[in-house]
Design a binder for this molecule. Sequence first.
Ligand code: AHG
Ligand code: MN
Ligand code: MN
Length: 344
Amino acid sequence: MTDIQETKQVKDLVTLGEFVIQKQHEYPGATGDLTQIFGAIKLAAKLVHREINKAGIADITGYAGQENVQGEQQQKLDVYANEKFKAALAARGLVCGLASEEEESFVEFNQPQNVGSKYVVLIDPVDGSSNIDVNVAVGTIFSIYRRVSPEDGPVQLEDFLQKGTEQVAAGYVIFGSSTMLVYTTGNGVNGFTFDPSIGVYYLSHENMRIPERGQIYSVNEGNYVHFPMGVKQYIKYCQERDEASSRPYASRYIGSLVADFHRNLLKGGIFFYPSYAGHPKGKLRLLYECNPIAFIMEQAGGIASDGHRRVLELEPTELHQRTPLFVGSPNMVKKAEDFMRAFA
Ligand code: AHG
Ligand code: MN
Ligand code: MN
């Protein structure tokens, strides 16, 4: 039985490193900086991949016995992944600071190699971490900006509180049936599958585009009673019979944003995490979940809004602020926004 990878001639296989270098030659002004930052992300993701793949055996599942700034129980893997991404990015010397779901404030990188560096990284080290113990796909989400504060001074909060439109790169790693890294630098979206036998990420999904029309809706319907009327009406719309628009749609919800997003990116669909009773801004965090996801989705031909406004235009005011999120195939997100407007 030929391994799927080997159906391509080795000469056809492009590694992530080769691809980033190829692409940077295509864009004037591109420097090797992103190549090095991606190198750090690739390395940390390999370490997380290794821990996840022995989760059942090693002492990496379960709670770390402490809470993060969100008041959420940290999983051991949340802490492990956060430390590995922080260390790998600091070592590369191009990043002057990091903000993370697992850190209350931003972390300044002030080792000698970081002085004068011009990028900041925001990260959700493990997304969907409640799924680790039940062997369901989880992910890492990252977002990269150029700093806006003076390069000869310490990194500032303003470097992290930038609109999503200012991102220079964004991506995610999905640790599923295979481990994949998907990213954009604003020139399309490309996906790389990790081959653990030789520790290399190969280009497997070039120029990813979400299908214009989707037939999958992803939402935690357990919150239905708490949703705004527009969301309730849209969910009912998804469930009505109408052959012309291929309804009722299929309902799929994994509970890991990265996994639900990745499936919809490949197959078409909408993922939405609306506001709900007691949570006017929903659950997902703007800076290290919604902005990178929105950048990728727009680059793949989809839409990302908070139900009314483009996510990438939202003005950040604090590191861990939340926003409702509606993201996916244009026809589906626009229809959801119509219902939100009609019942506002
Ligand atoms: P994280 O594990 O980084 O806190 O993110 C979990 C998020 C997201 O991955 C997912 O879409 C959402 O939580 C699921 O929330 P519910 O369990 O409330 O549906
Ligand atoms: Mn998350
Ligand atoms: Mn997380």
